[in-house]
Design a protein around this ligand. Structure first.
Ligand code: FAD
Length: 583
C-alpha cells in the first residue's frame, strides 16, 4: 500500500474509494477441484466479491463474454491447467482480451514443479504473458497459502483500478497543463490517484461532491477534503511528502530516492548512520514508472516499481533515515571537511559523505509539435497509471529496450493495438529474450523496425503521428491516442561540479575508472564506488558502466553505505598521520 501518501494511523476507507455498483467477480475454471476452490473463495471473499465457478471451459468463456457485454468487472480468474489447455487452448488469451484488467492465474497441483508438462505450461504461460502467475489448489480449509496468493492478486488489481482506500481523485479540464503536473507529482510520490476529465460522467459526479465553488483542477482527498487548483505546497502535503528539515548536518546525504538511493538509505540507517535522502520528486525514480519488474530477486510474481519503492521507503524510515521530497539538489561543494549541498529552495544541507544516486532520465524526442502535448497523450517513460485510460486506444511506443518492451506488454492489456517504433533492425540487441517472446506472442502488439517518429500533433491532445520507414524511405501519418517515449537514458549529472570526472555521455567515473585518471588527486586508490571527488560516492544508473537494472542499483546502494565507514576510517587514519584527505 502507498505508505508515502497517508500515515497508517489516519487511514480510513475513502468515501469515494469505490463507486457504487455490482460486486466485482472472482472466477474459477477448473475440472479437478472446482468445489474446493469456489468454497474457499466464497467463504473468504464472498462479502466483497461475487464468486463464479465453472467446470466446463466453454461455459466459462460464454459467461465471461456475457459479463463483458454487461459491463461486469472481473477481478481475478483462476484457470486449472487442463481447462487452460482444453478446446483451442486459448482460454487465457480470450480472457485477457475480454477482461484486460483482471488478474489471471493458472491453478496447479502442489507437485507442479516436478510434473514436467505442468512446469512447462507455467513457464510458457508466464513467458507469453497469458497469466500473471500460478496458484496452488487449496489443500485444506482454510488454506492460508492459497489465500495469501489470492489476496496479493486482489491487492494488485485494486491498486491498478485505483480502488485502494487512499486514492486521491484528480479532476481536470484537459489532460495537459496543471492537471498533468498534479498527476506527475502523485505518480512520482507513489500516491494512488486517478484522473478524469471534468466533462466525463465520473468527473461530473466528483465535481458534484466537490461543491459549486471548486475550481479546476480539483483534488479530492481520501478523507473527503477538496482542494481547488492546489499550490505545490498543498500537493506535497496531500502526498504526505516530507518538506521540512529537522537538522542541517548529517553523516550521509543521499541524493536521489530511486532504488540505489533507497537501498543506500536502508543500509546506512540500519548501521546507525545519520542519513538524509533528498529527491526532486518522490520515491522510486525510474522504477516507479515500471508496471511490473519481473526479474528482481525474490518476487516470483513480479513487483511493480512503485510497490517495491514503497516497501523500501518504509524500511528506511523504520531504521531512522530522514527524507526530503520535491527538492532538487542544485550544487555540491566542500569546505572545512564538510560537503554542502544547495537545495532548489536556497537552503543548504551538509554531510561528511555524499552518495549520488540521481540515476538517469529519458532522452527527449526533440519534436516541437509532440513536446507541446506532453501529458496530453505524449509521455516520457511508461507511466503505468495512464494504462486504464487507454482502453481500446491506439498506443505507440518509441524505443527498443527492456523498459519499452515492458511498457508495450502492459499497455497491450488495455489498448486496441500497441505499436513499437524501433530505430534498429530488430529487438534482439536491446531487449531480454523473455520480453521478445512475450511481444511476439501478444496478438495486439506490432513492431516497426528501422523506423522513427518524425512528427505528430492534434487538437488539445495527441491525435496523429508521422512515422518514417528508413528502408522504404517513406513517411506515413497514423492515428494515435498515446505515445510513450523510452529512448535511452541521460544521466542526471548536469548540476555536479564541472571537474567531477565523467565519460563522454556524462555518466560518472568511479573506482577503477579513476586509477590512472589525472582527475584523481590522492595517494590512496579510490574506493570502488568513489567519484573523482574523494568522499563522494555514486551508486546506480548514474555511474559509468552501471548495469541499468533495479537489482544492480540496489546492490550498489548497499555497497555505498558500507563504503561510508571506510571513508570515515580513511579520514581518521589520514588525520592521525597528517596526510591530506581532500585534494
Ligand atoms: C519503464 C521502466 C521499466 C524498467 N524495468 C526494469 C525491470 O523490469 N528490471 C530492472 O531491473 N530494471 C528496470 N528498469 C531500470 C531501473 O528502473 C533503473 O535501472 C533503476 O531505477 C536505477 O535506479 P537509480 O536509483 O540508480 O536511479 P533512478 O531510478 O533514475 O532514480 C534517480 C532519482 O534521483 C532523483 N534525482 C535526479 N536528480 C536529482 C537532483 N539533482 N536532486 C534530487 N533528486 C534528483 C530522481 O528524481 C530519481 O528519483 C526500468 C526502467 C524504466 C524507466
Amino acid at each position: 500500500m502507498a505508505r508515502l501518501g497517508f500515515p497508517t494511523t489516519t487511514r480510513r476507507r475513502g468515501k469515494l474509494s469505490r463507486m457504487a455498483g455490482p460486486l466485482p467477480v472472482l472466477v474459477a475454471v477448473d475440472q479437478d477441484a472446482l468445489e474446493d476452490v469456489t468454497a474457499q473463495l466464497t467463504q473468504r471473499y464472498g462479502r466483497d466479491y461475487r464468486v463464479e465457478g465453472f467446470g466446463d471451459p466453454t461455459e466459462a468463456l460464454r459467461a465471461l463474454t456475457e459479463l463483458d457485454e454487461d459491463g461486469g468487472e472481473v477481478a481475478l480468474v483462476l484457470v486449472g491447467e487442463s481447462s487452460a489447455a482444453a478446446g483451442d487452448g486459448k482460454l487465457l488469451e480470450h480472457i485477457r482480451r475480454l477482461h484486460p484488467h483482471a488478474k489471471r492465474a493458472l491453478l496447479v497441483s502442489a507437485n507442479a514443479w516436478t510434473d514436467d508438462p505442468t512446469a512447462d505450461a507455467i513457464r510458457a504461460s508466464m513467458a507469453l504473458g497469458r497469466i500473471d502467475h500460478y496458484v496452488f489448489r487449496p489443500a485444506s480449509s482454510p488454506d492460508e497459502v492459497f489465500h495469501e496468493a489470492v489476496s496479493d492478486f486482489l491487492l494488485e488489481w485494486a491498486r491498478e483500478q485505483h480502488l485502494v482506500p487512499q486514492t486521491v481523485h484528480i479532476v481536470g479540464e484537459d489532460w495537459s497543463g496543471r492537471a498533468f503536473e498534479l498527476r506527475e507529482v502523485f505518480t512520482r510520490c507513489a500516491v494512488p490517484h486517478d484522473f478524469c476529465l471534468a466533462d466525463s460522467e465520473k468527473g461530473r459526479t466528483l465535481m458534484a461532491t466537490a461543491g459549486p465553488h471548486a475550481e479546476l483542477p480539483v483534488m479530492i482527498l481520501p478523507d473527503g477534503r477538496v482542494l481547488s487548483d492546489p499550490s505545490d505546497a498543498e500537493i506535497a502535503e496531500a502526498a504526505g511528502a516530507p518538506m521540512d528539515l529537522d537538522e542541517k548536518t548529517y553523516e550521509v546525504v543521499i541524493v536521489g530516492a530511486g532504488p540505489a538511493g533507497l537501498s543506500a538509505a536502508v543500509y546506512a540507517a540500519s548501521e546507525g548512520l545519520r542519513v538524509l535522502v533528498v529527491d526532486s520528486g518522490g520515491i522510486g525514480g525510474q522504477a516507479a514508472s515500471s508496471s511490473l519488474i519481473r526479474n528482481y530477486l525474490g518476487f516470483g510474481k513480479g513487483v511493480s516499481g512503485s510497490r517495491l519503492a514503497e516497501e523500501a521507503y518504509e524500511q528506511a524510515l523504520a531504521f531512522g533515515a530522514a527524507f526530503l521530497f520535491l527538492h532538487r539538489v542544485t550544487a555540491l561543494d566542500r569546505s572545512a571537511g564538510w560537503f554542502h549541498l544547495r537545495l532548489s529552495d536556497g537552503r543548504f544541507v551538509s554531510a561528511r559523505v555524499v552518495i549520488l544516486a540521481t540515476g538517469a532520465t529519458y532522452r527527449r524526442l526533440g519534436i516541437e509539435s509532440l513536446e507541446e502535448h506532453v501529458g496530453a497523450g505524449v509521455f516520457y517513460g511508461g507511466p503505468a497509471s495512464e494504462a486504464p485510460a487507454l482502453t481500446d486506444k491506439e498506443v505507440y511506443i518509441v524505443g527498443g529496450g527492456n523498459s519499452a518492451g515492458q511498457a508495450a506488454l502492459h499497455f497491450a492489456r488495455y489498448a486496441n493495438r500497441v505499436t513499437m517504433v524501433v530505430r534498429g533492425e530488430s529487438l534482439e540487441g536491446g531487449m531480454s529474450h523473455y520480453l521478445i517472446q512475450a511481444i511476439e506472442a501478444a496478438p495486439n502488439v506490432a513492431v516497426f523496425t528501422a523506423s522513427t517518429i518524425v512528427g505528430g500533433g492534434g487538437e488539445g491532445r495527441l491525435q496523429h503521428l508521422v512515422l518514417r520507414d528508413r528502408d522504404a524511405d517513406e513517411e506515413t501519418t497514423v492515428a494515435a491516442d498515446a505515445l510513450f517515449i523510452l529512448i535511452g537514458a541521460r544521466p542526471a549529472t548536469d548540476w555536479l561540479p564541472a571537474d567531477m570526472r565523467r565519460d563522454q555521455h556524462g555518466f560518472l567515473l568511479t573506482g577503477d575508472d579513476l586509477v590512472r585518471d589525472p582527475g584523481w588527486a590522492l595517494e590512496r586508490a579510490p574506493l570502488s564506488l568513489e567519484t573523482s571527488v574523494p568522499g563522494v560516492l555514486a551508486a546506480g544508473d548514474i555511474r559509468h558502466g552501471s548495469v541499468k537494472r533495479v537489482a544492480a542499483a540496489v546492490g550498489e546502494g548497499s555497497i555505498a553505505a558500507q563504503l561510508v565507514h571506510r571513508l570515515f576510517s580513511e579520514e581518521e587514519k589520514a588525520a592521525s598521520v597528517g596526510v591530506r584527505v581532500t585534494p
